[in-house]
Design a protein around this ligand. Sequence first.
Ligand SMILES: [Zn+2]
Length: 254
Amino acid sequence: MPDNTLDDLFAHNRAWSAQMERDRPGFFTGLVKQQTPKYMWIGCSDSRVPANQITGLDPGEVFVHRNVANIVVHSDLNALSAIQFAVDMLKVEHIMVVGHYGCGGVKAALDGIRVGLADNWIRHIQDVRDRHHVMLESLPEEVRADALCELNVAEQVVNVAVSTVMVDAWSRGQKVTIHGWAFGVHDGLLQDLQMSVDGSKSLDAIYKAAVQRIRYKWSKPGEALTITPRPKAEGTLSQPAALDGSTEPASPAA
Ligand SMILES: [Zn+2]
């Protein structure tokens, strides 16, 4: 694997294409007609976080936008255009903003490491760091990068939610839900940060509850790497009391 040449990549591609066609005859001709993904993935460019493989989705099933540290900036025409196309044209039902633990961009932001031109991009995560510096400094040093990874996801979910694309979509009654997830490069597992936003509830309350959960979770690092189960239904598991706008942390399972 590590010594793949470019020729190897083409060889693998031909083998993959042939295998797909054997397993599912007509797969590619079906794709030519249209793409109808239900999902949009906004993730980090990191090579260890491939959207399709992680989620078991086929070509045609997830519309992907990736950049360094999964940031959605209000004036980033690239990200906004991708979101607009996904929502207005493809009618995706779910947009997941996916951060990942061990993110180089997040670490650089946390430690103030200069990496070059990208410093200007990473500055957006430093804004997140600075906004939450009291919380971050209260946490054990070894978990701060992971906490900032999750805080960054929470902020970017908000940035997607307040975009004109989403405001307009919700105002015309379109059903689209934004989710905040984090991926563990160390175990290959996705965590649902349980801050799903569908335009029907107070964004501010959802955001505050998510931030409180993150603080609670990482202030007890021994519990931090346990898997957070997805809530099965309204009111089960850890539907946070804080969704009503209070600042109490949700249950420990969150
Ligand atoms: Zn990353």
